[in-house]
Design a protein around this ligand. Structure first.
Ligand code: GLC
Length: 533
């Protein structure tokens, strides 16, 4: 069996604005990442995914792209990016960019042309529709950020569609010229040596051709965010999107075929597992890794986690490679959803499941969501629907590096406040502490490299009852057992015959757990990895 780099690697997500500032403006930049490459190597990750780097009005902090083939001056220059790539590759780190193909900024030259007149040659690059009979929007679709997804353009007398902000008009992916232009963007970065892309909102890219109304969502409750009033039946996840994914994959694969190194595509897709699986492709392969967000949303209990993991494993198509995520720049941090003790257990889970894990910057420090004063809110998601706790600023705060001014992140005022406990919760301090979650992450990442069973071995569920989740990971002669205590009570886990006499490889506690009479005594909130035989 050929093992690909994107199957065994651990991906580290960098929210660029918040990682490391080097030009004293309070926001992170590409040279900042370069400065911290040795940290990433010492942590033990093998790939980084960087949030959008392109010129942008920053209405949605870079997810509103004004030029796909350049770098925003706040983040650096193309030359800085090339340097970063060289330095990362020199250290054996792969670099993935965030590709935002569903929509552009309203300042992108294509949209400026498109909105100039109904007969502009770029008009059909975006989604323009006449008003409904009553003069209102063409249908009932709601933006993911609340409000109608249609914006009236009084100059040309039509509405345009935006799945997110009105400053983020959706491209018309049914137009061959749009496809060709965006495929060229992918080649532009691949030619520079980028190892892959995380593709933003892949499931949004195609909409039903006749734009019917979306049906109401019977599960809608107030407080959920207005987008949940409707089921996005016609505005997302259309079958034609798979052809686009297959074409993107063909472009990525062409580099590997030329002997220029295998490139990877990861799709951001929030869908139930059965529909998610289609993004692996059918006759033609789709993306390598449709993001699996199961661990973010599943209740933190052994039975639900066991069910989520086994259902996901069972749903994978032949050859489909699994992947796991605990958090990202859009969702509450794991240390907030759980607590500090369970954030450690979650780390063990993330790094011992079968498949490629993506680790969100700061989670290795146990960072929690940071409360943001109303006057300091930056995120348009919060500003559009305030008070529903939908804002994403709390999970995007600066990385605390040490106990110097502003945690070593910047010499200026950080664009978002630091975590209040930064004087102790920072990389330098936690590196010294053998009990810190950072030390635990380092040990887990090292263990994953030492034991192939942890990344590519088979997964067998051993226990998913009460508060204990336990499973075996097996590869060739390697048999490892992972046992997680998801609660605060101690538990006794009886080992099967083959596992008696196992030795401890790692515990979230400092001293070894008791192994007694063929059973492991797991202390409160303890997770262990054992080696059988
Ligand atoms: C994705 C991004 C999110 C962004 C949205 C619109 O969901 O992860 O941060 O706001 O797309 O581009």
């Amino acid at each position: 069996m050929t093992v690909h780099w994107w199957q065994t690697c651990v991906i580290y997500q960098i929210y660029l604005r918040s990682f490391q500032d080097t030009n004293d403006d309070g926001i992170g930049d590409l040279r900042g990442i370069e400065r911290r490459l040795d940290y990433l190597v010492s942590l033990g990750v093998e790939a980084i995914w960087i949030s959008p780097i392109y010129p942008s009005p920053m209405v949605d902090f870079g997810y509103d792209v004004a030029d796909y083939c350049d770098v925003d001056s706040r983040f650096g220059t193309l030359a800085d990016f090339d340097d970063l790539l060289v330095q990362a590759h020199r250290r054996g780190l792969k670099v993935l960019l965030d590709f935002v193909p569903n929509h552009t900024s309203d300042r992108h030259a294509w949209f400026v042309e498109s909105r100039a007149s109904q007969d502009n040659q770029k008009r059909s690059w975006y989604i323009w529709r006449d008003p409904a009979a009553d003069g209102g929007p063409p249908n009932n679709w709601i933006s993911d950020f609340g409000g109608s997804a249609w914006e009236w353009d009084k100059v040309t007398g039509q509405y345009f569609y935006h799945a997110f902000l009105k400053e983020q008009p959706d491209l018309n992916w049914r137009h061959p010229a749009v496809q060709a232009a965006m495929y060229d963007v992918m080649r532009f970065w691949f030619d520079r040596g980028v190892d892959g892309f995380r593709i933003d909102v892949l499931w949004h890219m195609l909409k039903a051709a006749d734009f019917p109304d979306n049906p109401p969502n019977p599960a809608y409750r107030s407080g959920m965010g207005e987008m949940h009033r409707l089921l996005q039946l016609h505005s997302t996840d259309q079958p034609e999107v798979h052809k686009i994914a297959a074409e993107m994959r063909e472009i990525a694969d062409s580099y590997g075929a030329k002997g220029q190194g295998e490139r990877v595509l990861i799709g951001e897709i929030y869908l139930p597992v059965d529909r998610l699986m289609h993004y692996y492709g059918g006759e033609r392969p789709g993306v390598h890794l449709p993001f699996n967000f199961q661990l973010i949303d599943t209740p933190w209990a052994a039975r639900s986690l066991a069910a989520a993991i086994t259902n996901y494993e069972a749903a994978l198509p032949p050859g489909g490679w699994p992947n796991w995520v605990l958090g990202n720049h859009d969702r509450p941090r794991v240390a907030t959803k759980r607590d500090q003790a369970q954030a450690r257990v979650a780390a063990v889970l993330l790094l011992t499941l079968r498949g490629t894990p993506t680790l969100y910057y700061g989670d290795e420090l146990g960072l929690s969501d940071v409360a943001i004063e109303p006057s300091q809110v930056q995120d348009p998601r919060e500003l559009r629907e305030p008070g529903l706790a939908l804002g994403r600023d709390p999970v995007r705060t600066p990385m605390p590096w040490d106990d110097s001014k502003n945690a070593g992140f910047t010499t200026a005022k950080p664009w978002l406040p630091l975590n209040a406990d930064w004087p102790t919760r920072n990389v330098a301090r936690m590196t010294e502490d053998s009990r810190s979650i950072l030390t635990l992450y380092r040990r887990l990442l090292a263990l994953r490299r030492d034991w192939l069973a942890l990344s590519i071995g088979d997964f067998v569920l051993l226990s998913g009852e009460d508060e204990i989740l336990a499973y075996e990971r097996r590869h060739a002669a390697e048999r490892l057992i992972v046992a997680l205590n998801l609660g605060a009570q101690p538990h006794r886990l009886q080992l099967l015959d083959w596992a008696r006499g196992s030795r401890l490889l790692l515990s979230t506690e400092e001293d070894a757990p008791l192994v007694e009479g063929g059973a492991v005594l797991l202390r409160s909130n303890e997770a262990v990895v054992l080696k059988a035989g």
